[in-house]
Design a protein around this ligand. Structure first.
Ligand code: ADP
Ligand code: MG
Length: 361
């Protein structure tokens, strides 16, 4: 197992990049702590696979270094890095049996046959394929083949890190949950450094201790699910995580108050003067609809009943805002005043969160 360090790393697929836009991966410095389970979360095209392939050595970065336990492996081939990687689509040997596919990474390293037999059985159980061990991989469904790929990724206990690149895309929803649970228990058992790429927030938040959120080739926040929910470092994190995502209001900020749609709103904390596009972010969970005269006027557009609660869609100065209210609440049509729970307010300047005065760094 290893600590993995990204030092000044950046990557462009172009031979002669001229501007930042030419980089699929913008400059990045980060330590992946030995033994932690990370989710790498972001929309399609934001650079997740690029980063993973650089860590595994399938891709050489155009700038910077990668260190495993402080040893420079930037130019080391994949095989030397001792990493298991599972891709979005199955990579299996069609002519081999399920058993031999699973045994391959162990035999390849000269493992003892008794150990191989035991370990293959253990993994087959984890992926729910004990009954098919003697079948040839050819002819199995894509779903089954992907389970073999996952099993092959998990079979070696001596790897530096396990990398998963959207591995459950072709797996049916029930099995997804099951396999994710198995991956978690594997992590508890062996304590491998794991990086799990996904574009699905639920998958990321349920799998990982730490979520690394990427946006447009950049890591915008690394945090626990709770940190991402309560203190999104970038408006993208607020919008991407949560259902619905965080609301944004254009605002003027003056100390401990904001001016939104002509109304003064208390922020619950003071802010130093800031430059740029200023916005107040409030998650739907922290917005209240009230008759209070001091709220921000909002016009009710529609109410969606989603079971445990209702989502109210409102219009504030032409922008759609969402509020979550209790199942029992009656929502009248027309214009309401909305108020914010000060604990749920974050302030942004040019999309980056600014800390209120007195906040611990
Ligand atoms: P993700 O895995 O988050 O969907 P990728 O890392 O695959 O994102 O892609 C990041 C960006 O790099 C995208 O704009 C993509 O089009 C581009 N890209 C990916 N692979 C290549 C490649 N082999 N050649 C050129 N551009 C690529
Ligand atoms: Mg990808």
């Amino acid at each position: 197992m290893a600590k993995i360090t990204l030092d000044n790393l950046a990557h462009s697929y172009l031979a002669k990049p001229t501007s930042e836009d030419d980089f699929a991966l913008k400059e990045l410095n980060h330590d992946w702590v030995d033994g932690e389970a990370y989710a790498l979360l972001g929309a399609s095209g934001c650079g997740k696979s690029t980063l993973l392939n650089i860590i595994s050595g399938l891709l050489h970065p155009s700038q910077g270094r990668i260190l495993f336990n402080d040893r420079d492996v930037t130019h080391a081939p994949t095989a030397e890095r001792n990493i298991a990687q599972v891709f979005q689509f199955p990579v299996v040997y069609d002519t081999m049996s399920v058993h031999d596919n699973l045994a391959f990474p162990l035999r390849n390293r000269g493992a003892d046959p008794t150990y191989v037999a035991g370990r293959v059985n253990q993994i087959a159980k984890m992926i729910g394929m004990e009954a098919e061990l003697n079948h040839k991989a050819r002819g199995l469904t894509a779903d089954a083949k992907q389970k073999i790929s996952l099993g092959r990724g998990m079979v070696r206990e001596d790897v530096n890190a396990l990398l998963f690149d959207e591995p459950l895309t072709v797996i049916d929803p029930h099995m997804k949950w099951e396999l994710r649970t198995q991956l978690k228990s594997l992590h508890h058992e062996f304590g491998h450094t794991m990086i799990y790429v996904t574009h699905d927030q639920t998958e990321a938040l349920t799998f990982a201790d730490k979520v690394v959120v990427m946006y447009d080739g950049r890591v915008v926040q690394i945090g626990t699910p709770q940190e991402l929910f309560e203190r999104p470092a970038h408006t993208f994190v607020g919008y991407f995580i949560g259902s619905p995502g965080m609301n944004l209001f254009d605002a003027e900020i003056d100390g401990a108050a904001a001016r939104i749609a002509g109304v003064t709103v208390p922020l619950g904390a003071g802010y130093a003067p800031a430059k740029g596009k200023l916005q107040v972010g409030v998650r739907p969970e922290f917005i209240k609809l009230s008759g209070a005269a001091d709220g921000v006027p909002a016009r009710v557009k529609r109410v969606e009943d989603v079971g445990r609660h209702k989502i109210v869609r409102l219009d504030v100065e032409g922008r759609e805002i969402s509020a979550i209210v209790g199942e029992g609440s009656a929502i009248s049509d027309g214009t309401q005043n909305i108020t914010f729970d000060p604990d749920g307010i974050n302030v942004y300047a040019d999309d980056w969160r600014i800390a209120p005065e007195g906040e611990a760094a």
